[in-house]
Design a protein around this ligand. Structure first.
Ligand code: NI
Length: 644
């Protein structure tokens, strides 16, 4: 099923302050700033997105209230290299602010990648270096611009730079990532698109195998797969109005930003025990706010490989247009992503966000064999997802909502390994094909979770299970208990996982208690996790210090959005969570933001080549005392009489 036109119309007037900007609003925002600031063609637009109204305003908003719609823009002047932030009122059709942000580099835009590759391939010195390697067909060469990072080199300060990796396709439509031209590194000024230098580290043989994965290259496909169809003849159980979603008792809004992609707003649950129709708030805003992929090979060709996929690029900008039957199966509702290209022209990614329901096996069951009574319920989950292609990797970003009040976040990692040619020894990677070394790396995901559990003021506890010492209170040595400790300040809330004490963190509203006298809350249950292996003094840890803790808690501050700072591209570091939390502000019983960081450790396997089977990584948010009993008791059996 495709989305009804009603929901897709980009020109309808937004009726809620958190509705993403429409096509007309994006066009107006760019036009207003062009007019007022005399913005020339030398400017690029790294970001045009909704400027979210103050939280208090949104919380007190009633349908029909007047909304001052505002846009937030980042502009880059290619002529001077200056970066500006602007806020524009769309309601009043005028600029609100215009600020020069010194010494930063905004994210690299897709247009820049295309222009940079063309500039390198047109450069005579590059052609000479390619020819030296016995390559004559430039059409088979791929130049892949990467963020250069910041390693303190004087000649890289203050210039918008890209350092390119080069590859050679075996055929015009073949996989290039398996054939790196190592030893050849063009460095480009992205403001002028001038090739500054071609680093030639010496000729390294190109791995010989084409390593194709496309259907057209397959010699045979398995023949024993029968059709599996998912149908919902009565339609879906969710309702969508603009970007507002209702599904059973869940109530939430979705947004979409160039940097974060999918954003959740005002996630709540209608509790049957409460006032009928009253939605109890859980999260005000939730998004993946930064991700960093540090690679572990120290050699000149490879040590700079550290991707900040949000701050240096933007996973909203890189979101795929999803296809029914391939990316998503069943009865789907899609939301488009309204973005701009680097010149400020509207660019709509159709079907960027997928919304659908999935059967999820068993919700709960019990058999009383004495009276031959069976009660079983099937679980169903609501899925909100998008997929971004960040260079060689694909990341699926999935939120799941369950009927028992659980929220799950899962990253699906697939795509192609980043490899080097095997020039000496494979210590820092895995040989995945002849002469091809897939480099060891990690993926760190930093979530920004603005909890508002039954109200704005919340507290965060760490819970560890402990054994009761053997003795008078524990004569047989079997006793253990869960010990909760309040995290009172930002520094005391910088924590790491401990699976051996079954550690979790609990966000509660200390002023709201359930009928058992417990504060209502949700717990954060870590999934797989790891710490970085980069040295504490390394440039990458200076720039992404947030990776060194799995939990951070800060008092709510609207401007504190990104764990590695607003502009990580080429930044020396020190920004974001480490900087904000240095003040060690109190965090108990107030509006708090919880930052959960999780790492996926990747020592590549031969089976990850030439395209990776999906790996999964994430965490859960589970109600703990938020309800006073299993909230899914009212889910009916899937078929009348099937289990009695
Ligand atoms: Ni990986």
């Amino acid at each position: 099923m495709t989305t009804p036109e009603l929901f897709r119309s980009p020109h309808s007037q937004p009726t809620h302050p958190l509705e993403p900007l429409t096509v007309a609003e994006v066009e107006a925002a760019v036009a207003i700033i062009r007019r007022e600031k005399n913005v020339s063609n030398q400017f690029r637009f790294p970001c045009v997105t909704l400027h979210e109204p103050p939280k208090a305003e949104v919380l007190s908003f009633q349908p029909g209230d007047a909304i001052d719609r505002q846009a937030f823009l980042i502009l880059l002047d290619n002529a001077t290299g200056n970066t500006y932030e602007a806020i524009v009122s769309l309601t009043r059709q005028q600029g609100v602010s215009w600020t020069h942000i010194p010494n930063v580099q905004p994210n690299i835009m897709p247009d820049e990648l295309v222009e940079c590759e063309a500039a390198v391939k047109a450069h005579p010195e590059f052609v000479k270096a390619i020819n030296k390697r016995g390559i004559t067909d430039l059409a088979l060469v791929v130049v892949d611009p990467w963020a250069i990072g910041n390693f303190g080199f004087e000649d890289e300060k203050g210039i918008r730079l890209s350092r390119c990796l080069c590859y050679l396709r075996a055929t015009p439509d073949g996989n290039f990532y398996a054939r790196p031209i190592d030893g050849l590194v063009p460095v480009v000024d992205l403001n002028t698109m001038q090739v500054l230098r071609i680093e030639d580290l010496g000729v390294v043989p190109i791995p010989p195998e084409p390593s194709e994965y496309g259907e057209k290259f397959a010699s045979e496909m398995r023949q024993d797969i029968k059709l599996l169809q998912i149908t919902q003849p009565q339609g879906t159980s969710f309702q969508v109005d603009g970007h507002h979603i209702r599904w059973q008792k869940w109530d939430l809004r979705v947004g979409f930003t160039p940097r974060e992609g999918l954003v959740l707003y005002q996630v709540g649950y209608e509790d049957q025990g409460q006032e009928q129709g009253k939605v109890r708030p859980i999260l005000y805003r939730a998004s993946m706010a930064e991700m960093v992929v540090p690679y572990g090979d120290p050699r000149v060709q490879h040590f700079r490989k550290n991707a900040f996929d949000l701050g240096e690029h933007g996973v909203g900008v890189l979101a795929n247009s999803l296809t029914l039957g391939c990316d998503c199966v069943g009865e789907i509702h899609y939301f488009d992503g309204v973005l701009t290209n680097s010149r400020g022209e509207v660019s709509v990614t159709e079907n960027a966000i997928c919304l659908h329901e999935e059967d999820y096996g068993m919700l709960w069951k019990h058999t009383d064999w004495r009276i031959d009574a069976v009660e079983v319920r099937r679980s169903r989950r609501l899925v909100l997802s998008f997929i971004a292609t960040v260079d060689n990797y694909e990341y699926g970003f999935f939120w799941y909502f369950y009927q028992d009040g659980t929220i799950q976040y899962e990253i699906k990692l697939t795509g192609i390994l980043l490899c080097g040619a095997l020039s000496d020894f494979p210590k820092f990677g895995t040989v995945v094909a002849p002469e091809l070394n897939a480099i060891n790396h990690q993926h760190f995901f930093g979530m920004r979770l603005d909890f508002d559990i039954d109200g704005v003021n919340n507290s965060v506890y760490e819970v560890n299970s402990e054994a009761e010492p053997m003795g008078e209170t524990n004569p047989y040595g079997n006793a253990f208990f869960a010990k909760s400790e309040l995290l009172e300040t930002e520094r005391s809330a910088q924590r790491i996982v401990n699976p051996l004490s079954a550690r979790y963190w609990k966000v509660v509203n200390p002023a709201v208690h359930n009928r058992l006298g417990q504060p209502v809350g949700y717990k954060i249950i870590p999934g797989e996790n790891v710490l970085p292996f980069a040295h504490p003094d390394s440039p990458i840890l200076n720039r992404a210090r947030f990776m060194t803790k799995h939990l951070w808690v800060t008092p709510y501050e609207a401007s504190e959005r990104y764990p590695a700072g607003d502009y990580p591209n080429q930044h020396p570091g020190g920004e974001g969570l480490p900087k904000w939390t240095a003040a060690d502000r109190p965090i108990a019983d107030r509006d708090v933001v919880v930052w959960y960081v999780f790492g996926h450790h990747h020592i590549p396997r031969p089976e990850d080549h030439p395209v990776m089977p999906t790996a999964y990584s994430g965490f859960m948010l589970k109600p703990v005392g938020f309800f006073t009993a299993n909230p899914a008791l009212d889910v009916p059996p899937s078929q009348q009489g099937c289990c009695s």
